[in-house]
Design a protein around this ligand. Sequence first.
Ligand SMILES: Nc1nc2c(ncn2[C@@H]2O[C@H](COP(=O)(O)OP(=O)(O)OP(=O)(O)O)[C@@H](O)[C@H]2O)c(=O)[nH]1
Length: 590
Amino acid sequence: MTRASAAIPDPAAFLAQIDSVRTSDHPRFVRMLAQIHREAPRLNPAEQWHLRYLDAWQTAYQGDYTKADAQLRAVAEHAGDATLAARASAMRLTGLGFTRRYEEAFALADRLATDLPNIKDPLARFQVLFNLAQSMLLADKRDLALNYARMIESNLPPGATLCPPRSLQITIRYDSPTLTSSSPEFHQAIETCKAAGQPVYVNTLRLVMVDTYLRENQPAKALALLDRIEPGIKRNGLYAHIESTAVFRARALLALGRLADARTAALAALSLSDPNEISEALKAVYEVLYKVEKERGDTAVALSYFERYTVQDKGYLNDVSARALAYQTVQQHLLTGKLETEKLSRQNAMLRLQRALDAKAVETGRLYILMLLLIVAFIASWLYRLKRSQLRFKRLSHHDGLTGIFNHQHFIGEAARVLQASKKKKEQACLISIDLDYFKQVNDTHGHAMGDAVLKQTVAICQQELRPADLFGRLGGEEFGILLAGCSRHQGLEIANRIRIAIDATPMGHDDCVITISASVGLASTEVSGHDLQRLCKEADAALYRAKGAGRNRVVAHAGTGDLLDKEGIPVPGSTLRSGATPVSVAELE
Ligand SMILES: Nc1nc2c(ncn2[C@@H]2O[C@H](COP(=O)(O)OP(=O)(O)OP(=O)(O)O)[C@@H](O)[C@H]2O)c(=O)[nH]1
């Protein structure tokens, strides 16, 4: 929608301008308001709400506080503009006071006071503070009202003058004995507002001055001042001022003894208000009428006015106590609310603490479980290592470090056990004793390392000829023992000779140094020697000794006739046991 044809080129600026002349030039305010209303359909939503606020303000200005309150509430709740909402709420405070909705007024005052730090717009802040001061005045909390007035004074919005806070301070001190018609601050406030071009404030202060003259029993001065200010008051059209002017005029005329004029003025004042309402103004009007009629001697009419006066007086007193009560009630509610909130927040804190404790307990529990698991894992790993080293030590204590086969001690122990079992099962077994020939020469010629390599390779060759059940051990330097379980003497001789041949035939040593070596073998069998290990050892050693003596590289079996093997390794009774080209002699033992 275009605004090219609009008479008001910038509605927002125009609205701001209307806003600024509300009290300084009220007739212009009314004219401008009517002007922008003609263009209302062209306004955007924000401008519409601003206009509605100004309409509400004017409604309150004219004295229709109930209607104004509904309008202001709509602005506060739906405008979606925090500043305008604060201003509308501030305006509502005064109207709620006038319509005697004191509890609502004080509750709203409290909300606004709490929200004050968030109200950043200087004009809105000014308006909130101003109306808060007035609501405190309503509750007869003059000290609080003065505090708000001073806050306004020390923090004026741009373009504002000292007029509003100064006149507010005078209003707050209204009725106080320290404020007289000659108090300099009174006159200074009037001058400040005059200089600021604020006729509404000037009139407020002058009306307070009129009332002060009346209280000081200076009715002539009061009347003179009223005569002077009445045209301006009528021009500005502020209902509260018009009503006060009429009432003060009646009071002044009565005090001057101008009974007929006083009566006329009082009836004029009465016509401005709803006679059934309770107000300070009506109370004053009925008092004037009662006194006028009494002076005139019309007792019946005087009595009827007196009755209305007492109703108003009582009503007014009730109203004062109602305000005080409402204030106390709101404070009590707020206090209860605060206590309730504190209680709730204490409970919340307790709950939070409890939750934190529970969480800590769970965490501690987890920590304990973790620690326990760690301890268990540590113990398990420690036991595992212990077992492993036990096994290693056991193995080391049972086996020969160089070749890995049983050491002498373990071999003897195991051999005794196997022989024992063989004896029980009535099985035969053979004990073979192997000794490498001229091994010293290997060490001397090729070094100790070469000797070790030969020993290991000899073991490997022997193992190829053995069965899993056979026992194999290193009995000394280059001497080995084999116990063949479940083995006849002939079988034993075959195995012994295969071992001898294999040793003799296998080149040993390193890559760069290869040698051949032979072994002499002695054999004892349970068939001849029985199952006693000691005897078997002794007789196998003796056979070995004989093999060495007979020229080495041969197998000699102890006793019996099948102890000699031919060159193919077939046992031949009485023949020589030898291999390859090496001439070997065989001795038949015993
Ligand atoms: N390299 C090495 N040599 C060993 C080991 N144990 C013993 N010997 C050596 O084996 C040699 C055994 O020599 P001797 O008892 O004289 O026997 P031999 O030289 O084999 O002669 P015969 O048995 O008579 O044929 C010694 O020189 C020992 O030092 C060992 O573990 N490693």
